[in-house]
Design a protein around this ligand. Sequence first.
Ligand code: G6P
Ligand code: MG
Length: 217
Amino acid sequence: MKKGFIFDLDGVIVDTAKYHYLAWKKLANELGFEFTKEQNELFKGVSRKRCLEILLEIGNRTATQQEFDTWMVEKNVDYLKFIENMDASEILPDVPKILEYLKENNIPIALGSASKNAKPILEKVGLLPYFDAIVDGNNVTKAKPDPEVFLLAAKHLGVNADDCIVFEDAVAGVEAANAAKMISIGIGEKNILKEADYIFNDFTEISISFIQELIEK
Ligand code: G6P
Ligand code: MG
């Protein structure tokens, strides 16, 4: 059967976690508390709304609905400033090698991300033309670990869910791929992403022959 490849964005294609961190840290500091890089790990793959809820829990703060909405907007305005000058140099190593191989072999490619900023980021780094479908935070109602984002991506690609392969750096994302009955490939640490079918530190460890095997399986 025809295979489809689905990529998460943040932490898989580009390392935006550092910019998300700077924006959340700025907000935390304005609200009078600290936010550490370790705590930022909890935010990977997590929707913007849920991130703010966790941030407020960390700072032991409550918010009115109006404050909550204002802070969501403020964080995103700051994040957009931090990513304003992003370019192709921020693409994670060997990602283009894999995308190029899939394109050459007419294998459909989708993005499956929680971010509402996914499309402009792909545009900035010049990878938008590789993607046949983009499903992001603007198109889904249920956040990862719910499989909605990946199931919708498979639908857009016209590929059966169990013929899809997902690249993910977040635990919630690996869980979402597994729940969608897709092959999950964790990009990151083995002890964190242990639920994934395969785990690599980054794309430099992924060979073209491995991709070929996945396509032919
Ligand atoms: C990704 C990131 C999260 C981020 C989420 C929403 O999943 O890993 O850290 O909170 O996207 O991103 P957004 O760009 O919409 O705020
Ligand atoms: Mg991610």
